[in-house]
Design a protein around this ligand. Structure first.
Ligand SMILES: C[S@@+](CC[C@H](N)C(=O)[O-])C[C@H]1O[C@@H](n2cnc3c(N)ncnc32)[C@H](O)[C@@H]1O
Length: 235
């Protein structure tokens, strides 16, 4: 098993998120009860149940590149015919969908590129809700800036709005995820790191160090950056 999955297997989610924010996004997106939904970059499927709560007569395609995540979603939803778990590239999700939900995954494609590509995957009136990492200050701490150099496309909120505009989409609502959403991701991850420390070989130890560094940057400077949850539709 890769070092990544040694650390990440069976975590509840793979990025910040919370029920309250998803509910807010659905109150803006207003998918029909029978909506066709795509969870693009679904990871372990943390949001699948809540998305379906908002479209109880609909169906959901859970899409991710990684077979381990897709197997987990397929196993968890084997008894529910509304959910299809599919290993594939979210750049070409199929469709048409009334809603594309993408929590913390759009950065893999680039915001403008993803939104442009998904236009043809939306049903008439279809909407997209996605979260994306942004700076919340013009002067972030050096440690935060240094850590997130790994993601050079990261901008402030204005920059993200411009990237959405460049794809010719209108923003229906946007708001930062609360700190609770980060804890939903980082608390179980911290516990996992602590548990794996003992007996870790050099490769695993290096990956654990990097994970701890990410969490430490958030604990110390989490006000300098955040995930902006955006609900958008094509113009
Ligand atoms: C930060 S994780 C978020 C996962 C999940 N949405 C959550 O909030 O727990 C990003 C996910 O995007 C997936 N991913 C990355 N590139 C992808 C692609 N081109 N197509 C489908 N999934 C992709 C990764 O495998 C990973 O599961």
């Amino acid at each position: 098993m890769s070092v990544f999955f040694t650390i990440h297997t069976d975590l509840p989610r793979e990025g910040p998120g919370c029920r309250e924010s998803l509910d807010w996004a659905m109150s803006v997106a207003q998918p029909p009860r029978n909506a066709r939904i795509c969870d693009a970059g679904c990871g372990p499927g943390a949001d699948v149940a809540r998305l379906l709560d908002h479209a109880p007569e609909g169906d959901l395609l859970a899409l991710d590149l990684h077979p381990d995540f897709i197997e987990r979603v397929a196993r968890g939803w084997a008894q529910d015919g509304r959910v299809t778990a599919h290993q594939g590239d979210m750049a070409t999700p199929g469709g048409p969908f009334d809603l594309i939900w993408s929590a913390g995954a759009v950065y893999h494609l680039g915001v403008t590129e993803a939104l442009r590509g998904w236009r043809g995957a939306l049903a008439p009136g279809g909407r997209i809700a996605f979260s994306e990492l942004v700076w919340t200050t013009d002067a972030p701490a050096v440690a935060a800036r240094s850590f997130w150099q790994a993601y050079p496309a990261m901008t402030g909120i204005d920059g993200l709005c411009r990237r959405i505009d460049a794809a010719d989409y209108r923003i229906l609502g946007e708001r930062l995820l609360p700190q609770a959403a980060w804890r939903n991701y980082y608390d179980p991850l911290s516990e996992r790191v602590a548990r794996l420390r003992e007996g870790a070989d050099a490769e695993l130890a290096a990956a654990l160090d990097e994970t701890e560094r990410e969490i430490a940057v958030w604990r110390a400077h989490g006000d300098d950056f955040g995930y902006l949850l955006c609900v958008v539709e094509p113009r």
